[in-house]
Design a protein around this ligand. Structure first.
Ligand code: 5GP
Length: 114
């Protein structure tokens, strides 16, 4: 895959408001937040889309989900609730081709999404 700006954020070559990091996952605030809390959880190992994830990366995918849940708990929004979203390819609304999980919280979410 060709590199995206998220790889530059991982390497600290462009700034981001990083809220969580471990050996596998980086999380930072979305530059155009769609909710009072809007954080992107990305694997440090770049994977373009969910379509490109392989069974050996199942643990990594789980780490994204669990990191988002832990962060939601840590900032006190878990009990009220939140949404996690992973957009895939054009119809899914993906614009950055480094797979990422959106955590949205701090307001009621509508369903179905637009
Ligand atoms: P997607 O549309 O691919 O699911 O989500 C990409 C997200 O990345 C968008 O919500 C967009 O606002 C965010 N984004 C794009 N460029 C940057 C950037 O340079 N910094 C940060 N923090 N977020 C970005």
């Amino acid at each position: 895959m060709s590199e995206t700006l998220f790889s530059k954020i991982i390497r600290r070559e462009i700034p981001a408001d990083i809220v969580f990091e471990d050996d596998h996952v980086l999380a930072f605030r979305d530059i155009h937040p769609q909710a009072p809390v809007h954080v992107l959880f990305i694997p440090k190992q770049p994977i373009a889309t969910l379509n490109d994830a392989i069974p050996e990366q199942a643990e990594l995918l789980g780490r994204l989900m669990l990191s988002a849940a832990a962060y939601a708990k840590s900032i006190g929004v878990a009990e009220n609730g939140y949404r996690v979203v992973m957009n895939c390819n054009g119809d899914g609304g993906q614009t950055v081709y480094h797979m990422h999980l959106h955590l949205l919280a701090g307001r009621p979410m509508t369903w179905p999404p637009g």
